[in-house]
Design a protein around this ligand. Structure first.
Ligand SMILES: NC(=O)c1ccc[n+]([C@@H]2O[C@H](COP(=O)([O-])OP(=O)(O)OC[C@H]3O[C@@H](n4cnc5c(N)ncnc54)[C@H](O)[C@@H]3O)[C@@H](O)[C@H]2O)c1
Ligand SMILES: O=P(O)(O)OC[C@H](O)CO
Length: 334
């Protein structure tokens, strides 16, 4: 049995905490508010983020960051735009310990354009980072439905430790030595899922969505390969696998955001009305800035960035995409 600190008690942190506690690990599920931690403990359930899932006895809700100090491992599940601050806090609370930290958040930091493992390297340099990513809705994992995801880190010994810690009967981990590639897939698929939601919200139908998935995957590969990710990672669970899941389901917050935008919702108002995070909204711009700096074209992601930031309307963006010069298929440069 290990002691695991789960930083972040949204739906994914809670589902992962429940999974580990069911496997016999002692879990501290950290959230910012002491009142909420108390209420969740009393209810025996995280009603706000994962309703209907009883918390196992081995899971203790906590608002005390110092609990990280005695832990064997940490799952980091705080939304990407708040990650740096809480990594710095965890570093202090853990006495700067070289704790194994699995990054489970999917996004790029807006101010620096960095993926989470680069943020971790700056904010908590002693931590030993890994990436846990792949097609996995929190509600599915909490219900014990069969799920497979990627666990990526450079050290083989660390990978093996993570595999034995987090794998469960219906939660299958595949190992990868490409943490960067695993992160890129999760960040880009969220932006593409918004595009697919927009197409459905506009009533364009399944053929349009399939075209967006295929051309979006070409963008994901172009960008990932230019950044040094491995092809096998991009076409694996954390890339193609997660794109297929997220781009096809209203269960996805990113797809649902797109759906609402396609139906005429105003982006800022819709985002303000949501308790849950749709990471693609904040990641779209840093992603496209990073791509442009690397000379990689990502027209679908550019369109999503313009729409969610209110710089362009849905109709204008679609017209721009459809009027691009005709070209050969393939991931290529553009
Ligand atoms: N939900 C899923 O199915 C799922 C699956 C895989 C990965 N993820 C990723 O996990 C990460 C967390 O998402 P989630 O779905 O668990 O969250 P959520 O949308 O269910 O809840 C949002 C969480 O963010 C917290 N939060 C808001 N502002 C904050 C701040 N300033 N500092 C710290 N925390 C703050 C809220 O308290 C809440 O716990 C995201 O990067 C998401 O992409 C989610
Ligand atoms: O609800 P979404 O769009 O954040 O997607 C959740 C997970 O990332 C799916 O793997």
């Amino acid at each position: 049995m290990s002691r695991v600190f789960v930083a972040g008690a949204g739906s994914w942190g809670t589902a992962l905490g429940v999974l580990l506690a069911r496997e016999g690990h002692e879990v501290r599920l950290w959230m910012r508010s002491p009142d909420k931690a108390e209420a969740v403990a009393e209810a025996g359930e995280n009603e706000a983020y994962l309703p209907g899932v009883p918390l196992p006895d081995l899971l203790t809700p906590s608002s005390d960051l110092v609990d990280v100090a005695g832990s064997d491992a940490c799952l980091f599940v705080v939304p990407a735009q708040h990650a740096r601050h809480w990594m710095e806090e965890l570093r202090q609370a853990s006495s700067e310990a070289a704790l194994p930290v699995a990054l489970c958040s999917k996004g790029l930091e807006r101010s620096t354009l960095m993926p989470m493992h680069e943020v971790l390297a700056e904010a908590w340099p002693e931590a030993r980072g890994a990436v846990l990513s792949g097609p996995s809705f929190a509600a599915d994992v909490a219900r014990g439905l069969p799920t497979a995801v990627t666990l990526a880190c450079e050290s083989q010994a660390e990978r093996e430790r993570w595999l034995s810690l987090v794998s469960a009967a219906n939660f299958r981990l595949y190992a990868s030595d490409d943490p960067f590639g695993a992160e890129i897939g999760g960040a880009v698929k969220n932006v593409l899922a918004i595009a697919c939601g927009i197409a459905i919200g506009k009533g364009f139908g399944e053929s349009a969505k399939a075209a967006l998935i295929a051309r979006g995957f070409a963008e994901l590969q172009r960008f990932g390969l230019a950044m040094g990710a491995k092809q096998e990672t991009l076409s694996g669970l954390s890339g193609l696998g997660d794109l297929v899941l997220t781009a096809n389901s209203p269960q996805s917050r990113n797809f649902s955001l797109g759906l609402a935008l396609g139906q005429g919702a105003e982006p800022a108002a819709y985002l303000r009305s949501q308790r849950s995070v749709a990471e693609g909204a904040a990641t779209a711009r840093p992603l496209t800035e990073k791509a442009r700096a690397a000379g990689v074209e990502m027209p679908i992601c550019e369109g999503v960035a313009a729409i969610v930031e209110g710089r362009d309307g849905v109709d204008e963006t679609i017209a721009k995409l459809m009027n691009r010069p005709l070209r050969a298929e393939g991931a290529g440069k553009s």
